[in-house]
Design a protein around this ligand. Structure first.
Ligand SMILES: Cc1cc2nc3c(=O)[nH]c(=O)nc-3n(C[C@H](O)[C@H](O)[C@H](O)COP(=O)(O)OP(=O)(O)OC[C@H]3O[C@@H](n4cnc5c(N)ncnc54)[C@H](O)[C@@H]3O)c2cc1C
Ligand code: SF4
Length: 320
């Protein structure tokens, strides 16, 4: 690991706009520093900031950015009213990691593309303009939706997929003040700037995640992965559905492991609303979702896998 300076922010004003990389749990950033994929000159430790509370906020909940993933998943209010979030967090990493990993850090974790993590391979995300070794290379884990000629990597996290389905908001404080970014627009598609994972500006701190009022209904997070523990999603489906008189009253879906960001599609949610659940309906939803899906060879299997996982989840939540 290269030499770097270290300082500790004692308050939010000291952290905002700081010249350096924020470190929270360190479970992603330190790994990438050891691999010399990340080479910050300065780490700014934000663990002393007062961002560790989970508080009621209007009809919803405000979860501080430094709340650990374990504490959020175990919170009684989250488990009762936003169970999708608990399920998604518990589907990720291991208990030890979740104890250390924070809400803000989890949102900013970087792709698990093997070429990105291997300093010897061309990678536009690690070194803009150097190329993309995954195209024509090993691409089993790569994106089938929203990729670009510059990058086909996926965002690897689980929690953000649930937050996108639940229509949560990310609150930040930057040099220009506070802002709220809907979770569905927090991460970026790669376009021609795959080195930028999300819409945070330099020196901008995530302060909290806001959950809107409970959506209710049945909520299921299903993650398909190579093995039962310590594996990132091949594909995942986050679903919250309300039923009324045998029809789907409202649906909120999001998908993981398939794009550079948690993937949502309003057309799919709208198609389902007001309909009686059936295999034909689930198939139609998958047709819309996958209309622009493109495989890279090694990941072609994700297209039928996502179709089947969506049908299985919809069948589970609707009882059809
Ligand atoms: C073996 C292993 C398996 C894993 N499996 C999964 C999995 O299955 N699913 C899953 O979702 N995740 C998984 N993870 C990833 C893990 O969830 C993340 O490493 C963790 O959530 C990151 O949180 P952190 O607080 O440690 O972030 P850090 O490593 O401290 O920071 C990560 C990034 O976030 C930035 N950052 C941190 N806090 C803030 C803030 N408040 N404002 C602005 N920027 C901030 C940092 O500057 C850094 O760029 C796994 C990790 C490991 C090591
Ligand atoms: S897919 Fe993206 S992260 Fe992976 S090698 Fe290509 S540019 Fe880098």
């Amino acid at each position: 690991m290269r030499e770097f300076a270290y300082s500790r922010a004692e308050g939010l004003d000291q952290a905002v706009g700081a010249d350096g990389r924020f470190i929270a749990g360190g479970t992603n950033l330190l790994d990438l520093m050891k691999l010399e994929v990340e080479t910050p000159d300065r780490l700014v430790d934000i663990n002393r900031l007062p961002l560790t509370a989970i508080k009621a906020d209007g009809q919803g909940l405000r979860i501080g950015a430094l709340v650990s993933n374990s504490d959020c998943a175990a919170d009684d209010r989250v488990r009762r009213d936003w169970p999708l979030l608990s399920q998604a967090i518990l589907a990720g990493a291991s208990p030890q990691l979740r104890n250390k990993a924070t809400m803000g850090g989890n949102l900013c974790q970087r792709t698990r593309c093997g070429y990105f993590m291997d300093g010897r391979s061309p990678c536009n995300k690690r070194e803009p303009g150097s190329g993309c070794a995954a195209q024509g290379g090993v691409n089993r884990n790569m994106a089938i939706l929203g990729a670009s000629d510059h990058c086909i990597a996926t965002y690897p996290g689980d929690m953000a997929v649930a937050l996108a389905a639940l229509q949560a908001t990310v609150t930040t404080r930057g040099p220009d003040g506070e802002r709220q970014i809907p979770m569905r627009y927090f991460h970026r598609l790669p376009g021609d700037h795959p080195e930028q994972d999300n819409h945070l500006e330099p020196g901008e701190v995530i302060t909290a995640i806001l959950l809107p009022e409970p959506f209710g209904g049945r909520q299921v997070y299903r993650k398909v992965r190579e093995r039962a523990s310590y594996a990132f999603a091949l594909v995942s489906v986050a679903a919250a559905l309300r039923m009324e008189g045998g029809r789907i009253e409202a649906a909120r879906l999001a998908f993981g492991g398939v794009a550079h960001a948690p993937w949502t599609n309003d057309e799919v949610d709208e198609l389902l609303a007001g309909e009686r659940p059936s295999r034909a309906l689930f198939d139609k939803a998958a047709d819309i979702l996958l209309a622009d899906a493109v495989g890279q060879g090694g990941n072609d299997f994700k297209i039928p896998l996502l179709r089947r996982t969506l049908a299985a989840v919809l069948s589970d939540v609707t009882g059809e």
